[in-house]
Each structure stands twice: as C-alpha cells, then as structure tokens.
Design a protein around this ligand. Structure first.
Ligand code: C2E
Ligand code: CA
Ligand code: CA
Length: 711
C-alpha cells in the first residue's frame, strides 16, 4: 500500500464527527448501510449515486472517509479511487459484489485502505470497519508527519555549512552531512562505517579527543574545544568543535554527535584585528602599543643581564613639507622607504617601531655593560642611521633628501619606566633638532630639568593670564623718507612679578604649545582694539594709520579665527581699515586655499594683512602673488648686515622691487642705524621699523610719540 502525502488530518477529538461520503447506486444497499450508521452518531453520511456527482461533491464537502461501490453507473470505482487518491483527501473503503475480488485487489493496490465484499453482514459491519480505517489513517498520517519532520531535519543538516556527524559508540561514522564530506574532502559514496572522525585530526588533537574530549562528553554530556582537521587533500582546517554524547533512556551511550565549525576566516579576522592593534599598517612595523610592550621586556632583560640598551627617538626633519608639497601618498611612500632603511640598518635583535607620523623608535639591545662604551656604541649606530636616512630618496620620478633628528636615551638596570624612557629620548630629540637638522643628542639629566622648567613656566603663564600680568607694548612703524608714524606694531610683554618685564622670546613658544595661546591671543586683540578706540576718540590716531597685531599660527588655524576678530571689531567699534594683522607664512602653508579664504573674510571688511619675517621661510617671491597680503615685512636678519653683506643687499633690493611690482608695500624690520635707513631709502623702501626710531614702548609712552611726531 503506497503512502499518500499531504494528507488531511482528522483530529483525535472524541466528540468529533466524521463526514462519510457513500457512493452507492444500489438503493437497497444504500438503505442497509445508512441504517447501520444510524447507531453511530459520530458519522454523518451523505450519499451519491454516480462517480460524477461524488467527485463534484468532494471539494465542497471534504469527507473524512469515502465508502464506494466499485461498479457505478458512470464508470469504474477504481477510476474513482484513482482520482481521490490523487487528490490525497481521505481514506477510501471500496465495496465489491461477490466475485469482484480481483477488482477489489486492484482498488487496494490503487490506494484504498480496505475493501468489503457486500453482504448483509459486511454492510452492517461497515461502521466498525470505518473506525478501523480511520485509526489506520491516523497512523499513516502520524508516520507521514514523522517522515516529513525527519526529511526537514536532514535538509537542515545537509545545508548547514558546519560539519555534522553521528558516530556509533566505537567512534565509526553513521552519518556525515554534505559540509562534512566537503570539509574532510572525502567522496560522498565512501563507506562511512570504516571511518572515525579522529582519523582526520592532527595527532595531538586526536589524542586530545580520546583522552579529554570523549571522557568529558561522557561525563558532562558535551565537550567543546578548538581542533584542527587535516583534510584528504592535506589542508589544515581549524575548527571550533562540539562533541555530544546521546544516551538511551536507561543511561547507556547510544551514539555520539559532533559539530565542527571552520573558524579559519574568523581566526584570520581576529588576527588582523590584533595586528591592527599592535602593528602599523603603512610600514608593517610595531606601533606604540607593541613598542611599549617590547620596551618593558627589554627593561626586564637589562635588569637581568646587566647590559645597556639604548632607545633612539627618530623624527624626520621637515617631513611636513614633503607631505604638504608632494601630497600624502608620496609622504607615505617616503615613510615606507625610511622604515625599510632603518630595518636593514639595525640588527635582528634590535626593535624597530613607528610611533605615528614621521616618528620612529629603535631600541638597540645588548650594548656593552660598560656605560661609556655603550653610549659610544649607540652614538655610532645613530650616526650611521642619520647617514642612511639622509641618502637620496627616489620616489616616482623625483629624487630628494630628508634628514632626521635623533634623541638617544640609554638604559640599564636602574631604569624601570618605559614611558619615562620615551620622554627622555623625545627631549633629547628636540635638543638635537634645535641644534640643526640631521643631528643626534644623548639624553642627560639637565635636559629633564629643562623639561621640568618648561612645565613650570607653562603653569606660571596660566597664572599670569589669570592675574592679568600680560601687557602690551607698541612700536611705531615709520615712513622711511620722512620718519612720520605710519602705524604701529603691538608687541606682547609679560610683567613677571619675579623677573620684571619679559619679552616674548622667553615664553612665547611655551604659550604657543598650549591652548592658552588662544585665550592670550584673544586678549591681545581685544586690548589692542581698546587702545586703538581710545586713540581714535582722542584724535591721536589718523584714519590712514594702521595698528598691526601679531597672530600666532595656533590662533590663525582656529576654525573661528575670522569670526572672533569680526566680533571684536564690532564689539569695540573701531574701523577695520585701521587694523593690520601680521602673520607668518608658517601659519598659511598648511592649507593655503583655506588660509586665503579666511583672510578674505577679514579683508572684505577692510582689515589688511602683513607677511611677517619675510625671507626666512620657504616662500619665494612668486608665491606672494597668490596671497592676499598688503605688506611684506623684510626680516630683521637681512637688515642687520645690509650695510656690509652684499647678498643681503641684493635680496632686500629684489624683495622691494618685486613687491612693488606686485602692488605690495614693503616694511623693513629692525632698523637700528642711520646707515641702514639710508640704504633702505636709497632702495626706495617705503616703511621702516626699529630701534632707530623707537623701541617698543608701553601705551602711555607711545601716546607721547603719537603726539610729538604729529606733523
Ligand atoms: P616680530 O613680530 O618679528 O616682532 C618684531 C620683534 O623685533 C620684536 O621683538 C621687537 O621688539 C624686535 N625689534 C623691533 N625693532 C628692533 C630693532 O631695531 N632691533 C632689534 N634687535 N629688535 C627689534 P619682541 O617684542 O621681543 O617680539 C618677538 C616676537 O614675538 C615677535 O617677532 C613676534 O613674532 C612675537 N610676538 C610679539 N608680540 C606678539 C603678540 O602679541 N602676539 C603674537 N602672536 N606674537 C607676538
Ligand atoms: Ca610682527
Ligand atoms: Ca618680524
């Protein structure tokens, strides 16, 4: 008997009624059958006399059982059985007349659940037969559900990407899913019963499974761990494996199952993450985290073996220029090249890291136990590194040189702090930088005293700002030809309660290195404008005179720079035409386009800009035409020797000529002598500033100058 699929399931509810479709053309038989069902109220019987009528009814009536005669007026009952079976609706009982058994067998083969040879007795028995058939039907359905369920589970097992297998208590496989065959690389027709999963494990893992995993799974039901399979094609596959013991009701082990997930991708992703945390992706060198770790190890090591080691802090000189002028991709290539050079120059046991940007660290290990000898060794290696870095660099079609400044910090058994070591080397590197490019310095205690002093100074400056110890001095700018005051430059002073009036050379770099510069800078601007407003009100300041205020790089690069200035101009209510801002090209060079647009915001309101310290930086004269500056200030260093030094003379003349051609005015700074003034006059330099006319003076003295120099 074939098993119908997608069957309609009669519920097992006791009060349920069953709809019976009786297909019978013989009226006498029909009557007999109906009568026999009368005493069985759970059956509702509806009768049809032809195949056609019955078939039509089936879809509306949805019978739970069909009882049909084999011979019907419009056809063969078997044909009818075929049809109903095809629709898989309900069980069918066929009735035959005596002598029609052959047909009945055919009907059963076609799918009828039972057959009855018609007699008074059998027809009366029909309700009992119906009961049995319906019970049987129920079993068929349950079995079908179980089969469906199982095939779904198998479909799931077969489609999961993890290896799943079942093994008997001796470990031989009884089932392996598709992913399992693939992972282990065995053909699907291979006889599983001779394979154990451990056959595919690495030796150590096979031992682990036998000695640890199985006992654990037996004891606790499950074992979980990481194992490596070696596939038939010899591939190592790292997995996360679960081994489960399945026990029968009486507690005996029935079988084992295993799920193994290929975690090679996961592991390599984890490794990448780990790599990113400890290595620099650009150069492949250790990063700061990894360096600190290795440095700690090295500190432990020098403790043990009484040798010396040296930490070299390497900072490329002017690397920023490479990045700014040639672009970051080229900058990256340069960094890679430098990393490569360092790598080839140091020994395998030395440590090399990139701290970020253009800063590298080398740890020279195992230097002499004699401290002087060790310093000498470190110096020699450092010198070699300096030379190596300074060699020609070929990037794309360009060739150029870079140098580095290197700070050396020696360490031995007395050292225990990696952060401090780095800081010492960093301090020494700054010292090296100060003494020129391509230098190195060994850290010594005095340097840390210096660092300490700087920290103290910063603290004092904060206090100075709060206590209003900053004051402003003013130095006139004069017309070279007449000496008339054309304007003035505001210069910051600190009235230090300990040391008296101090010039910015003593503290400006510290101020600039902290955010305090923004507050102090704002104060300078506000205070300057207040003085200006007062002088205008008193009639001391002419509309054509301009007050020049120095702006630090940090201030200029502040996002709100232009707005802050415009707000101040509005608040204090001074004509913008009386304000000039002195700026150095270092402030502009980072992002010239942005700088220009910032400047233009102010220029549109009437403020002008002067380019300070001209001649000392990178800028060529042609670069000037791209900048919206009104004035060029020739740096004091060129004026100093102008009376003697021919090249300074030539430079100053060309600055004046070209600037004039570009429609810019020129002012010479630091004019101290009559001779200097005369030469500048000769070159037709319009304006001068310097001790020759006046030193920077406090506001009150400057007011006197304004009054006395009035024409
Ligand atoms: P700077 O902008 O180049 O200022 C000119 C410097 O030259 C001033 O030094 C001034 O006193 C000095 N000087 C003027 N004439 C002569 C001269 O004939 N001979 C000599 N030997 N020196 C002369 P100071 O006041 O010490 O300022 C030094 C630097 O500090 C300034 O150079 C400027 O860069 C910065 N600075 C001064 N005040 C401020 C300020 O308010 N804000 C900012 N951001 N920087 C300032
Ligand atoms: Ca200046
Ligand atoms: Ca200057």
């Amino acid at each position: 008997m074939s098993e119908p699929k997608n069957l309609k399931l009669p519920t097992s509810n006791k009060k349920q009624t069953f709809r019976v479709l009786l297909v019978e053309d013989d009226l006498a038989h029909e009557a007999l059958i109906l009568r026999s069902f009368e005493t069985h109220p759970q059956y509702q019987v509806i009768t049809k006399r032809t195949l056609a009528e019955a078939c039509q009814l089936i879809s509306q009536y949805q019978p739970d059982l069909i009882i049909t005669d084999v011979r019907l007026p419009d056809g063969d009952g078997i044909h009818f059985v075929d049809q109903c079976l095809h629709k898989k609706t309900c069980p069918i009982i066929v009735m035959t007349s005596f002598g029609d058994e052959a047909i009945a067998v055919k009907a059963i083969k076609a799918g009828a659940l039972d057959y009855v040879v018609k007699s008074d007795h059998t027809l009366r028995e029909l309700p009992v037969i119906a009961n049995r058939v319906l019970r049987e039907w129920r079993l068929i359905l349950d079995k079908q559900i179980a089969v469906d369920q199982q095939s779904r589970l198998i479909a799931i097992l077969e489609s999961t990407p993890d290896l799943i297998c079942i093994a008997d208590i001796d470990g031989f496989l009884t089932y392996l899913n598709k992913a399992g065959y693939e992972l282990l690389g065995i053909p699907e027709d291979k006889d599983l019963s001779r394979i154990r999963l451990t056959d595919f494990h690495e030796r150590d893992d096979a031992i682990l499974i036998m000695s640890e995993a199985i006992p654990c799974a037996i004891k606790h039901g499950m074992w979980k761990g990481e194992t490596t399979f070696i596939s038939a094609s010899n591939k190592n596959i790292l997995t996360s494996q679960v081994l489960i013991t399945h026990k029968s009701a009486d507690g005996d082990i029935d079988f084992f199952s295993t799920v193994a997930k290929d975690i090679r991708d996961l592991r390599s992703a984890e490794e990448t993450i780990k790599y990113l945390a400890y290595y620099d992706t650009l150069t492949g060198l250790a990063n700061r985290n990894e360096l600190l770790k290795q440095l700690d190890h090295e500190i432990d090591r020098v403790h043990r073996n009484k040798m010396h080691s040296a930490l070299l802090y390497i900072d490329l000189d002017n690397f920023k220029c490479v990045n700014d002028s040639l672009g970051h991709p080229t900058g990256d290539l340069v960094l890679k090249e430098i990393a490569q050079r360092l790598k080839t120059e140091i020994r395998g046991e030395d440590i090399l890291a990139r701290l970020g940007g253009d800063e590298f660290v080398v740890i020279l290990t195992g230097l002499s136990s004699d401290s002087l000898e060790a310093i000498n060794q470190a110096r020699q290696v450092t010198k070699k590194l300096n030379e190596f870095i300074a060699k020609d660099i070929q990037v794309e079609s360009m060739t150029f040189n870079l140098t580095a400044s290197i700070g050396i910090s020696m360490f031995s058994a007395g050292t225990d702090n990696s952060h401090e070591l780095l800081r010492f080397a960093d301090t020494a590197m700054y010292e090296a930088k100060k003494s020129g490019k391509n230098q190195f310095e060994v850290f010594h205690k005095d340097m840390s005293i210096k660092v300490q002093r700087q920290l103290e100074l910063e603290h004092k400056l904060r206090k100075a700002y709060c206590n209003k110890e900053f004051i402003l001095y003013f130095q006139p700018k004069n017309e070279a030809a007449t000496g008339r005051i054309h304007g003035a430059e505001v210069l910051l002073r600190w009235n230090d309660p300990e040391k008296g009036i101090r010039a910015p050379g003593h503290f400006l770099d510290i101020l600039e290195s902290s955010s305090l510069m923004l507050d102090v800078g704002h104060w300078i601007f506000e205070e300057s404008l207040k003085h200006l407003a007062q002088w205008i009100a008193e009639g001391l300041w002419k509309p054509e005179q301009r007050l020049s205020i120095n702006i630090s790089t940090r201030q200029f690069q502040d996002e709100n720079f232009s707005q802050l200035i415009l707000d101040l101009i509005e608040k204090i209510n001074v004509p913008a035409q009386c304000i000039d801002i002195e700026i150095t090209e270092y402030s502009l060079i980072n992002d010239v386009k942005k700088s220009v647009s910032k400047m233009e915001e102010l220029i549109n309101k009437g403020v002008s800009f002067s380019l300070d310290d001209f001649g000392t930086g990178y800028s060529s004269l042609s670069y000037l035409k791209n900048l919206p500056v009104a004035t060029v200030k020739i740096d004091r260093s060129f004026i100093q020797d102008i009376t003697e030094d021919k090249s300074d003379k030539a430079l100053v003349t060309s600055i004046i000529t070209i600037s004039k051609n570009l429609g810019l005015s020129v002012i010479a700074e630091g004019v101290e002598t009559k001779e200097q003034l005369e030469i500048l006059n000769q070159y037709q330099c319009e304006y001068v500033q310097g001790y020759y006319f006046s030193k920077p003076v406090p506001a009150i003295e400057f007011e006197h100058l304004l009054i006395s120099k009035e024409p």
